[in-house]
Ligand binder design. Structure first.
Ligand SMILES: [Zn+2]
Length: 325
């Protein structure tokens, strides 16, 4: 008789038969760097801190020490403007970040640039719009210009977060035109989700919802997996090198779908701010063990097919994994 208990005979046996395991080499640490240099705990994301550029260097050094190969950079500007043209400044804050980190770490750390109009617009809109319609081409063109500036400063990977159609096409052609054929595009595909809320508060220090156009016009419907896959197919047809599925926990099935349909494309899953906060708070209130819950969620994301995981817990997880080695 076939018994599954045979392959569960001991802890080492269980380890032995694992098809994949979480490793530091698949982790990406998202960090928030403030232009005003202030360092304090992010109120909506307990345990995570805004960093000055000098602090970011220290944190990145820790990440490299733990074997984490990449960071996702969020630059928090002192001042924004109405149309995001501030993003095109010569030697703007994002460029300063990439130059500094590239100088410090060279090829030891992959620098991923999150690019979205909301990083630069006072109204925090992600896309240009007119009378309630998303202006795909105008948004894509602007994202392309920003991408080339970040690539020039040292970004290794461009991660467009605006979710407009054509964003990858515009970014790819802008990068190629400017001589950055070796810079990859890692495109976000997001379902519309309340789990992004703590992140918005982190980027804006405001509890009020973002203004501009309704996000359901550029994100995908959580209920409709076909809409999600259409966007994946579109971005891959425009030469996206990698895909980020966001949020992770509510989209485990979508991670698997992307993996099955596009086995050659590396897939990242983003354990977003709301997922982070849920785990943190459940632990803090003593309802569940934070570390156990964290590892369970990360392993489920891995099992669903993610090659890489973006998580605010990256440093802690990598440290833990190093201890276990
Ligand atoms: Zn945005």
């Amino acid at each position: 008789m076939h018994l599954t208990t045979r392959i569960k005979k001991s802890k080492q046996m269980i380890r032995l038969v694992r098809p994949q395991e979480l490793t530091a080499s698949g982790l990406i640490y998202p960090i928030f760097i403030r232009e005003d240099g202030k360092k304090f705990e992010i109120p909506s994301m307990k345990g995570q801190y805004y960093l000055s550029l000098a602090d970011a260097v220290k944190v990145c050094r820790q990440a490299v020490g733990f074997g984490i190969p990449a960071v996702m950079i969020f630059g928090v500007l002192k001042k924004k403007d109405t149309d995001a043209s501030i993003a095109l400044r010569k030697n703007g804050f994002h460029s300063q970040i990439f130059r500094r980190l590239k100088r410090e770490f060279g090829d030891d750390l992959v620098l991923i640039s999150n690019i979205c109009l909301c990083d630069y617009t006072a109204e925090e809109f992600c896309v240009y719009s007119e009378k309630g319609k998303v202006l795909n081409e105008k948004t894509g063109e602007m994202l392309g210009k920003i991408a080339a500036i970040h690539a020039e400063a040292g970004a290794d990977v461009i991660a467009p977060a605006a979710m407009c159609d054509g964003q990858v096409r515009h970014i790819r052609s802008a990068l190629d035109r400017e001589g950055y054929e070796d810079v990859a595009v890692m495109t976000y595909i997001k379902t519309d989700s309340c789990l992004f809320q703590p992140f918005f508060e982190a980027m804006t220090l405001s509890k009020t919802p973002r203004r501009g156009i309704d996000s359901s016009k550029f994100r995908t419907d959580i209920i409709n997996e076909k809409m999600f896959m259409q966007k994946v197919d579109l971005d891959i047809s425009e030469e996206a090198d990698m895909i980020i599925v966001k949020p992770a926990l509510t989209n485990l099935d979508l991670i698997l779908r992307v993996k099955l349909k596009h086995p050659a494309i590396p897939i990242a899953a983003y354990q977003v701010s709301g997922e982070y906060a849920m785990i943190k708070l459940l632990g803090e209130y003593g309802h569940l063990d934070e570390k156990v819950l964290l590892m369970e969620t990360l392993n489920s994301i891995k099992r669903a097919g993610a090659d890489m995981i973006l998580t605010y817990y990256a440093l802690e997880v990598a440290k833990e994994l190093k201890k276990r080695r």
